[in-house]
Design a binder for this molecule. Structure first.
Ligand code: BT5
Length: 310
């Protein structure tokens, strides 16, 4: 994202402001101001030239400058129309020492799920990775996956979409358990401290659900096209709160969980654990009552079977 263009945009958003005043304020030429305004118009910003100066009329529904404008959370945005995988790019940025950056894309050509499964990422989705450097050990980092899941659910509240969270990384519709969003958390570090964590979040936003796997659906199929910029703002604002509040995260996750209160089957490595999911414990372990006692499971693929019988 171009920082001067962002400054031009912010000044116009707070305007109206004249071209000469903008040039003076940002210490650039009038021709440069004009060029940035033209670029912003090409990106979909409706900027009117009036006697009072440039006036911002409408903001495009997505894009780097649009999302960075009035972002209610302390993250830099790196936007791509199309990219292989935002998690791969976050890993590259991590190697340069970056932090608190969100890599955001309209389309991914090699989106990944867990265990290198394919993640379908056509244009119209929200594909993003949040790169952070928290004071956590690698064993504590899974709470960030739960924080992201809760933040996705809170962002969806705005569109009245009723969701349930499925352990450990899924956001499903409450009624028919179709997958609306998935999370892939990757990290690097030593045994006692992570160096960086990338929380990759894929949300089926403005996508026709017929192009998705049969187990999936999209926000568009439920409530029509959404303004993705608003979704990202709500998501990042919530995630910024939860990322440093593990207890609050666990409570919020518990409240929205579709897994707790179910008979589940977990595939964890070679192990298959079947029983009643009765709780979640720091930093994200699922508690399962099995025939042979309580098991704490820290990772795995979870199948929801039936509700627990009273
Ligand atoms: C996930 O894996 O759910 C993690 C998805 C993370 C995607 C984000 S997008 C931004 C960032 N960059 C990346 O490259 N990835 C992250 P998992 O639980 O393993 O689920 C994968 C399975 O979900 C696949 O095997 C399919 O069955 C199904 N699937 C694939 N694409 C889907 C989609 N768009 N919506 C719903 N389900 C999908």
């Amino acid at each position: 994202m171009d920082s001067t263009r962002q400054a031009v945009l912010e000044a116009i958003a707070a305007g109206p402001v004249s071209g000469p005043a903008l040039a003076e304020e940002l210490d650039i030429s009038r021709a440069a101001v004009w060029k940035h305004v033209e670029q912003l118009r090409a990106e979909g910003f409706h900027i009117e030239s009036t006697d009072a100066g440039y006036t911002l009329k409408t903001i495009p529904e997505f894009g780097g400058h649009a999302v960075a404008l009035n972002l209610p959370a302390p993250f830099d945005i790196e936007y791509h129309e199309s990219i292989t995988s935002t998690n791969d790019r976050a890993r590259e940025l991590a190697a340069t020492g970056a932090t608190d950056v969100v890599v955001l894309a309209n389309e991914q050509t090699s989106g990944r799920g867990r265990k290198d499964r394919e993640w379908h990422s056509p244009p119209g989705g929200i594909w993003l990775s949040v790169l952070v450097r928290p004071s956590l050990s690698p064993t504590e980092a899974p709470v960030l996956t739960l924080a992201a899941a809760v933040a996705v659910a809170e962002a969806m509240d705005f569109w009245d979409i009723d969701v349930q969270l499925k352990w450990p990384n899924d956001v499903l519709t409450a009624t028919d358990e179709r997958k609306l969003a998935g999370i892939l958390t990757e990290m690097a570090g030593e045994t006692d401290a992570v160096s960086w964590v990338s929380i990759g979040v894929g949300v089926n936003a403005n996508i026709e659900d017929t192009t998705l796997p049969a187990t999936a659906t999209s926000m568009q199929a439920i409530c029509g096209e959404i303004t993705r910029r608003k979704f990202v703002h709500r998501f990042l604002s919530a995630f910024d709160t939860y990322r440093t509040a593990p207890e609050q995260t666990l409570n919020a996750w518990r409240n929205r969980s579709g897994t707790i209160g179910r008979v589940v089957r977990i595939h964890s490595g070679e192990d298959v654990i079947e029983g009643e999911a009765v709780g979640i414990e720091s930093p994200g372990h699922l508690l399962i009552e099995t025939e042979t006692g309580t098991r704490r499971v820290h990772a795995g693929d979870c199948e929801h079977l039936r509700p627990i019988e009273n």
